[in-house]
Design a protein around this ligand. Sequence first.
Ligand SMILES: N[C@@H](CCC(=O)N[C@@H](CS)C(=O)NCC(=O)O)C(=O)O
Length: 361
Amino acid sequence: MTGLDGELRTTQELLKRYAAGEREFEQVRLSGADLHNTILHGIDLSEAILNQANLSRADLRGADLSWVDLSGADLRGADLRGAILTRADLSGANLSHANLLRADLSLANLEEANLSEAILPDGTIQGMITPLEEEDSEDTSSTVLRLYYNPVSWNARRVWIALLEKGISFELVRLNLDGDQRSPQFLEVNPFGQVPVLVDGEFRVLESLAILDYVEAIAPYPPLLPREPKALATVRMIEMLTVNELLPRLMPLMRHEFGETRLDSSALMGVHESLDEVLRVFEETLQGRPYFGGIALSMADIVAGTVIPWLPRLGHLLPKFPQLQGWCDLLHQRQTWTQTEPTEGELAAAESHLRQLLAAT
Ligand SMILES: N[C@@H](CCC(=O)N[C@@H](CS)C(=O)NCC(=O)O)C(=O)O
């Protein structure tokens, strides 16, 4: 790979060859390379020179990084589960929020490395007192996360957006919700016959909010849950208000719009007023900040942001809530929102199933 004629000179070349299936890149010299967010699962970079490289959020699961020079490298949020880092030079590297579960760090130089909130090889988190339960630290290094979803499901879209925001690899398994959610195969995955479900190796999580917690724990970078107490409580509050107040109040409007249970004008007005009650709290909570948790996107924006922008389509307009309106506009500038937005075709295809599901609730 690094012989005279095959010498690798650029990051692009490495990525190209990796994409073509090559894995042997031992002794490459790519000081200061920009490899952030890349998928380099199982790569052999032993004895490579990668000092000062940017490998933040890179997927380096199971990589051979023995004797590598990663001094001063940016490895924030990198997924290093099961990686071999024997005698690696990690001096001055930033490994905060990295996942080093079951990584081999024997004789690695960690002088002045930043390991804050990194998941260490034994499953403990640097800077936290409670070790992870043994069963939580199951090695999933050889598995890809699998998300069962439907494109018009708000609950599933929350998880989909969170996974994309984290930049981790996953695969999507689509359910049509036309009865396939009650097939024996899917009922084995979720006995309640609902999406989303996240499967990580042998481990399965139901319930979108629980899944979001799991995603945050396995991929802590970039954080989608603030640590500051008031911001954290606000984020949780918005998540719970969306699920426990906003969505139930929205259901009659959904049934009305989809023609199952038409409401007369006074009942309709009552629904709009009760929705406004919740939205007023959301509007006040933003307090001039771009997102519910402050300046950075959080799980609150993801949970509320898969519902509120749909309200105008259901006849509930937002102009009296200028902050929420601005927040919706901001969300729609994110690729993770546009990428996961159901198409008109998907919406039309889902309409009759949606009607049946609404009638059953
Ligand atoms: N509380 C669950 C709700 C899941 C849910 O209601 N999923 C809907 C789609 S949004 C579903 O799969 N419905 C199919 C059915 O009930 O048959 C969560 O948050 O994950």
